[in-house]
Design a protein around this ligand. Sequence first.
Ligand SMILES: [Zn+2]
Length: 121
Amino acid sequence: MMANTFLNILSNNCPHCHEGKVFDEKSPFLSIGFPKMHKNCPKCNYKYEKEPGYFFGAMYMNYGITVAQSIATYVIAQQFFTERFDLRIIPIIAVVIIGLSSFNIRLSRMLWIYMFKNYSV
Ligand SMILES: [Zn+2]
């Protein structure tokens, strides 16, 4: 059950019918830029944005994910440098974070939708 939920989140599937796509794109995790979201599920008409500003909280989640990735990148990159605080690690972190930013926006919104789907009417 948990594995299914995880797969549905990664595939950007609708939390209600698990068939419609939440984002209006062909290759959900590869495109760059801010993702376009469907207002309602194309299959079951489930409304994703419950109210204006519904995804405000997802921004905090996105922030948390980004911080975690920065730390992980630092820990990995550090292995390749002799100095503990090599300044060259900073652009590496920047590239990783920019590369993952679009993925992170989707992931945080998907997590947000799935977290609160049980409380919706
Ligand atoms: Zn649906």
